[in-house]
Write a protein that binds this ligand. Structure first.
Ligand SMILES: [Zn+2]
Length: 375
């Protein structure tokens, strides 16, 4: 546990302010952790990942304007995973330590509330990352369990959630979830008015206030973007999606009014937040080419500029299908991701994209959802 704390501290020192991505923290700090502690390779890796989690939650706090200093790892814990811990049939657990494997008897609660034994016995559950704690000389093992790959997540039936980003609606999903951009836009206008007044004043203290206002503006915007990214990931989970698809950022930027750096910044953040939140839910994020996503009819595939009759409304000149323009675009993004990811050599292959009422398999058609949605 002492070495684990040291390892976390070493990793935090090198990654602090640089990255919160688990793979990056690992490649950055792994050698230093191995050199500076007696941890074996698996625990060195786990320590860097634990640090990435901690740094990520600190970044979120900073984004919300809370004060959170560089972490100090002092609690007596060690993380274990499938490779550094195994349960044996004789009721013992074998744990990797700096001195080699140690075997300990598991003392589970008796039958009355002994649900733990059921999980250990049940073949449908596998143990996963777990944490060993020490308290008053006694050791407690918090065992994590997971159900291996549910059928709905089988790659060959993989499902995409298409997401269109914009100003009026900051995000619209192919499942018809609309995230309004009005709060963000309202805040921004408010701040812009204040800023203009301060610039006209031009005094030194006005300048200081101006910087404070800019920080506050970004902070509030980040908080809104965190909320939207949580909502997008929740929507993907609700509809059992394996991939969330956005347009490539260049494409989104081209649609913005010239000089709208704020929304470029906001979209970049939103995709970033969604990516790391999705990852911990086991969902991947991809980006597709933005070509014609706003002019193409998601029903029949007809592309024509006149399809987009107004800002909000999409009316297909060929099949007369009518829909909200952003929602139509979200479906196109979903379909494009299905076609792109199918062709690529990515590990996850997908065959359909999600709508509120079912799924669409390109070239085959619509399948209604059976049994409702999860959650
Ligand atoms: Zn059409």
């Amino acid at each position: 546990m002492q070495e684990w704390q040291n390892a976390c501290q070493i990793a935090a020192e090198s990654a602090w302010g640089v990255t919160t991505d688990a793979t990056s923290v690992q490649s950055m700090a792994y050698d230093a952790v191995r050199d500076g502690t007696s941890l074996k390779s698996q625990h060195a890796i786990l320590a860097t990942h634990r640090v990435a989690d901690t740094l990520r939650s600190i970044t979120e706090k900073h984004d919300r304007g809370w004060d959170a200093p560089k972490p100090r790892f002092t609690s007596p814990t060690v993380v274990y995973d499938e490779r550094s811990m195994s349960f044996l049939d004789d009721g013992t657990v074998s744990l990797a330590t700096t001195e080699g494997r140690v075997s300990a008897t598991l003392r589970l609660p008796d039958k009355k509330d002994g649900y733990q034994q059921q999980y250990l016995d049940d073949e449908a559950w596998e143990h996963t990352q777990s944490t060993l704690h020490e308290r008053d000389g006694a050791f407690f093992l918090h065992i994590g369990f997971k159900k291996p790959a549910e059928p709905s997540r089988q790659p060959e039936y993989g499902t995409v959630l298409g997401v269109d980003l914009g100003i009026d609606n900051i995000a619209v999903t192919s499942t018809a979830q609309f995230f309004s951009g009005s709060e963000l836009e309202h805040r921004r206008r408010q701040f812009r008015r204040k800023r203009r007044r301060l610039k006209e004043t031009g005094t030194r203290s006005a300048l200081r206030t101006l910087i404070g206002i800019e920080n506050k503006e970004r902070r509030i915007a980040r908080e809104i973007l965190h909320r939207v990214s949580n909502g997008i990931v929740a929507e993907a989970e609700r509809y059992c999606c394996d991939i969330i698809a956005f347009e490539a950022l260049d494409g989104i930027r081209n649609r913005l009014p010239a000089g709208d750096v704020f929304h470029s910044w906001a979209f970049r953040r939103l995709i970033e937040y969604t990516t790391y939140k999705a990852r911990s839910a086991g969902i991947r994020v991809t980006r597709v080419s933005p070509e014609y996503t706003s002019q193409r009819c998601a029903e029949c595939g007809h592309v024509e500029e006149a399809n987009r009759s107004s800002r909000d409304e999409f009316v297909c000149q060929s099949c007369n299908a009518r829909s909200n323009a952003d929602y139509n675009a979200a479906k196109n993004i979903g379909e494009r991701a299905v076609r792109c990811v199918q062709q690529s050599t990515q590990r996850t292959s997908v065959s359909r994209y999600a709508l509120k009422s079912g799924t669409v398999t390109p070239d085959e058609g619509f399948t209604p959802r059976d049994g409702g949605v999860r959650g």
